[in-house]
Write a protein that binds this ligand. Sequence first.
Ligand code: GTP
Ligand code: MG
Length: 209
Amino acid sequence: MAFVNQETREIQLKIVYYGPALCGKTTNLETIHRMIRDDHKGDFMSVDTAKDRTLFFDFIPLDADVIEGFRTSFQMYTVPGQVMYNTIRRIVLQGVDGIVFVADSQWPEMAANVESFRNLEENLAAQGLALDDIPYVLQYNKRDLPSVAPEHYLEFLLNNRDRRRPSFSSVATNGGGVFETLNMIARLVLHRFVRETGGGSDSDDFDVV
Ligand SMILES: Nc1nc2c(ncn2[C@@H]2O[C@H](COP(=O)(O)OP(=O)(O)OP(=O)(O)O)[C@@H](O)[C@H]2O)c(=O)[nH]1
Ligand SMILES: [Mg+2]
């Protein structure tokens, strides 16, 4: 749910990176944070356990000049993918405007991908939200590794609903596909925002970088 402050002329939109444990969500945000110009980003916040896994969430605010007269910022979150942290995932999903579902392309991770996708739907449903009504994109990550499922198989597994969503292959560790994914979800979220508020914008031309 976009947060609009008419007084300060600010719009905040929330994007959540979701997916199974170790699929590369934090790596996406780290890459984005590294590549964005300093004056367009806030501090990267992350809470990790001793084992280098996200415990709560990772967060960066990104500023963009896309809706005239407003300062637009994307609040970029990731959830902890480990199954036991479901309560935290639900909290992080509150008020979400757009979702990037990151899948781990490695064959042994297929069940975890499907489980996480189902978990996303359930957690949205618990808040009265239907996944089909929310802008989302898919990202098939770790394409550099040897034992990965073909993209068409991942599409069959995760992108087989009535309406196909945009999907991207990525190697989050070297940045491949990371900005294509981000720009698409940002664009979809802006389109939705403009449609719902009746405002005007050139979001077709919009790219975060
Ligand atoms: N080879 C390869 N490794 C990757 C890629 N993306 C992420 N990794 C590695 O996968 C491991 C897990 O990445 P994270 O970004 O921490 O995963 P996460 O999805 O945030 O995991 P949780 O916070 O536990 O849910 C790290 O060692 C990353 O360096 C990729 O595209 N290719
Ligand atoms: Mg993480």
